[in-house]
Design a protein around this ligand. Structure first.
Ligand SMILES: NC(=O)c1ccc[n+]([C@@H]2O[C@H](COP(=O)([O-])OP(=O)(O)OC[C@H]3O[C@@H](n4cnc5c(N)ncnc54)[C@H](O)[C@@H]3O)[C@@H](O)[C@H]2O)c1
Length: 256
């Protein structure tokens, strides 16, 4: 087991890629803290892990609020004594142009997607220094290749790629590795919401597959297994990397 004895906080783990990651981390021997604003979903993730013989804890967390993130860190230390891995996965996606996005929507998206990475990292880093742990940030191929109707979301993902490099530079001397993952379309919550706001959701879903060289969208587990790799000693010389798990998204021109 590649993560035996490690303690991992995974934000946004009540569903989608976060839930799949929590399952994969636990299967590899990690004790997993399932941090999400959706406590019922987080508890279901924990139940699934425990049923499979793993160890996990649900902590209701709003990653955009300092007090909530401090509580998450305290609960993790109280229950498991240390932090080895922080996987900043929680995000929302406002499917609008800049012109149509309200100031409140903009600030909320920035506060959760980018602010959440900042806050969870800020309060975990002192403890990651003790364990020579690592941070994994969830970016997106949208940090490189943008799409219509999600301007703020693309901005946060581009910023997370830059923030990953900045954190890697600042904390490498402490033995802390910081990498980010850039998935293509994955069969999970934020992609589903994006399909729903298109004029024909079923068509949009089929078209999304064609944007990838592999001709399909990805599965949450296909991202989760890369996160396990980045958290493990197999990635011991990897930091500052933006790992694309994109099925070839952006490799060529979209179909006409
Ligand atoms: N699905 C995709 O196609 C895709 C592609 C590239 C990147 N991503 C990224 O993967 C991550 C997970 O996306 P997903 O599709 O699995 O979405 P999802 O909606 O299934 O999961 C997101 C989770 O974040 C939680 N969350 C939202 N606001 C929160 C807050 N303030 N504090 C704590 N938790 C909060 C939600 O409750 C939810 O459980 C996101 O960072 C997303 O940007 C997804």
């Amino acid at each position: 087991m590649r993560l035996e004895g490690r303690v991992a906080i995974i934000t946004g783990a009540a569903s989608g890629i976060g839930r799949a990651s929590a399952g994969e981390f636990a299967r590899e021997g990690a004790r997993v803290v399932v941090a999400d604003i959706n406590l019922v979903g987080a508890q279901e993730t924990v139940k699934q892990i425990e049923t499979a013989g793993g160890v996990a804890l649900a902590v209701e967390t709003d990653v955009s609020t300092p007090e909530s993130v401090q509580h998450l860190v305290e609960q993790t230390l109280h229950s498991f004594g240390r932090i080895n891995v922080l996987f900043n996965n929680a995000a929302i996606q406002v499917n609008k142009t800049v012109e149509d996005t309200t100031f409140e929507e903009w600030n909320r998206e920035m506060g959760i997607n980018l602010g959440g990475v900042f806050l969870c990292s800020k309060y975990s880093l002192p403890h990651l220094r003790n364990t020579k742990g690592c941070v994994i940030n969830m970016a997106s191929v949208n940090g490189f290749f943008v799409e219509p109707m999600c301007a703020g979301y693309c901005a946060t993902k581009g910023a997370i790629i830059a923030l990953t490099k900045a954190m890697a530079i600042d904390h490498g001397k402490d033995g802390i590795r910081v990498n980010c993952i850039c998935p293509g379309y994955i069969d999970a919550g934020l992609a589903w919401e994006y399909f729903e706001v298109q004029s024909n959701p079923a068509e949009a879903r089929a078209a999304a597959g064609k944007l990838h060289a592999l001709g399909r969208i990805g599965r949450p587990e296909e991202v989760a297994r890369v996160a396990v790799f980045l958290a493990s000693d197999d990635a011991s010389f990897m930091t500052s990397s933006s790992v694309v798990v994109g099925g070839g998204f952006g490799t060529g021109l979209p179909p006409v």
